[in-house]
Design a protein around this ligand. Structure first.
Ligand code: RB5
Length: 146
């Protein structure tokens, strides 16, 4: 799996923690920054990740900001992206199984690093269930053209 990750200034600390986890899990990732704690605009950093996932260069993306909300809104504006904002393990598992999400958003100001690690690992390891969910994904993606 090839993964892309970025944050804004509000997600820098959690991004470092998640990069450590990805290294521990032997997951190939590219970090799109930012490289400093200077205030930046989260849509710019969301786009760096989502364009790479939408094009197929990366299989999955992880986006982190203060709340995760701005990043998740930005991510879902790119065609081909299904981004879920998750702050619990149940949702992380369900959104892979049911929504086949290809981007995960989290908020550094909302959850601690231990829970974030569990969420990321669960989200990475849970397969899409297919079946009845396939039809729903097709209908979901058809909304992009309306
Ligand atoms: C930045 O202060 C903050 O607005 C951002 O990290 C995020 O929470 C936006 O949704």
């Amino acid at each position: 799996m090839k993964l892309a990750i970025s944050s804004d200034h509000g997600g820098n600390n959690l991004r470092r923690e998640i990069k450590d986890l990805l290294t521990e899990l032997n997951i190939d990732f590219t970090d799109f920054g930012p490289d400093s704690d200077t205030s930046v605009d989260y849509p710019d950093y969301a786009k760096a990740v989502t364009s790479g996932v939408a094009s197929g260069e990366f299989d999955r993306g992880i986006l982190i900001c203060g709340t995760g909300i701005g990043m998740s809104i930005a991510a879902n504006k790119t065609n081909g992206i299904r981004c879920a904002l998750c702050h619990d393990v149940f949702s992380a598992k369900a959104t892979r199984g049911h929504n086949d999400t290809n981007v995960l958003a989290m908020g550094e100001r909302v959850i601690g690093p231990g829970l974030a690690r569990e969420i990321v690992q669960t989200w990475l390891e849970t397969p899409f269930e297919g079946g009845r969910h396939e039809r729903r994904i097709e209908k979901l993606m058809a909304l992009e053209n309306n």
